[in-house]
Design a protein around this ligand. Structure first.
Ligand code: C2O
Length: 359
């Protein structure tokens, strides 16, 4: 009994929700992921949503006006021009993503690196990563109304032929929205294949549309009836790696990454978009994840008693550290991420034909 009691006590002591990692201090990855060192020891502030912020409407990239595209390009150019010493720079944004998933962060008392993929932190972590990314771009533009666009790849409506192709504004070589490391078969007007294994596809446009609707239906509607199915497996402090992604994280979230990445990249890992450590080096990452986040908000409105977030305190009370628009370290609790209205952003309503067409 003594040893059972001792085990229980050890468990009580170690079973805490994820503490906020010191992203500057704990970096133990290859240099490419580490954030600038001047932030070591900087105090981190707790995040509170700002009720004064204007509501920002995130719009589909393919419907942006010329002026909106120009503003987006300006924002990314400004971010790319920031020096490497600034944690808000485009390079450092990509590093922050890399840090959280590519064996970058080790807590001092924990042998395993922190992993925000492959489990229930996938949606909340990426929501806040995007939130601060958007706020940084807004600050650089000096325009609080700035909203990230979303790449509406789930929209198979033939009347909107630019929704499910790589957005034209991200495909113009030399633009700050462009990236060199991509799949040649992901160039517009080639329709995305949400079932891809990477590279090119021989499927016809109409087959792609039908299959894309079907995969959306099984991953978001019929196959994702519970928090565990949609959010993925629990991941707790001290765990070794994620225990399994939710339906949607796996596919189509993952297949969009693979489809955009270059199948012939040197690493053999479909750089940049298909490689965790490099994905956020491609500006399309943010428009892709904006759509991922949008589909999370759609899932919340689908019928089904169980379509809610997990209520486990190891989920709700987990904390993550980001850099805000001023370059300050900021801590967010997962419970603060679940309501996009509180965060003051919304998505423009777009057709979700897959809810019925995919059956
Ligand atoms: Cu952090 Cu789409 O991956």
């Amino acid at each position: 009994w003594g040893s059972i009691l001792a085990m229980l006590i050890v468990n009580v002591v170690t079973a805490v929700p994820l503490p906020p990692p010191d992203v500057a201090e704990y970096c133990n990855s290859e240099e490419r992921c580490c954030m600038p060192r001047p932030y070591v020891g900087q105090p981190a502030h707790q995040f509170y949503p700002d009720p004064e912020l204007p509501i920002r409407i995130r719009r589909p990239v393919h419907l942006l006006t010329d002026a909106e595209v120009a503003r987006l390009e300006r924002a990314y150019q400004l971010q790319k021009d920031l020096p490497d010493s600034d944690p808000r720079s485009f390079t450092n944004q990509a590093k922050l993503h890399c840090l959280y998933c590519d064996s970058g962060i080790y807590y001092p008392d924990n042998p395993w690196p922190l992993e925000i993929h492959n489990g229930w932190f996938f949606f909340p972590w990426h929501r806040m990563f995007l939130y601060f990314h958007e706020r940084i771009l807004a600050k650089l533009l000096d325009d609080d109304t700035f909203a990230l666009p979303f790449w509406n790849w789930d929209n198979q409506t033939p009347e909107e032929p630019y929704a499910n192709v790589l957005p034209i504004s991200y495909a113009k070589s030399g633009s700050p929205l462009w990236n060199q490391q991509r799949n040649k078969c992901a160039e517009p007007p080639l329709i995305i294949d949400l079932n891809t294994i990477g590279g090119c596809t021989a499927k016809s446009p109409s087959v792609l549309r039908t299959e894309n609707d079907r995969i959306m239906y099984t991953q978001v509607v019929s196959g994702a009836m519970s928090p565990q199915l949609f959010y993925g497996m629990p991941y707790r402090y001290g765990d070794a790696g994620g225990h399994g992604p939710g339906t949607f994280e796996d596919n189509p979230h993952g297949t969009v990454h693979l489809w955009v990445g270059n199948p012939d990249s040197e690493s053999g890992m479909f750089d940049d978009m298909g490689n965790f450590g490099r994905a956020a080096r491609d500006p399309i990452f943010y428009a892709h994840h904006s759509n991922v986040d949008r589909i999370w908000t759609v899932w919340n409105t689908l019928p089904g008693e169980q379509r809610k977030a997990p209520v486990d305190p190891d989920f709700l009370d987990a904390r993550f550290t980001f850099f805000d628009e001023n370059g300050d370290l900021i801590i967010v609790n997962v419970s603060q991420t679940l309501d996009n209205e509180l965060l003051r952003f919304r998505y423009e309503q777009m057709p979700t034909g897959w809810v019925t067409n995919g059956q």
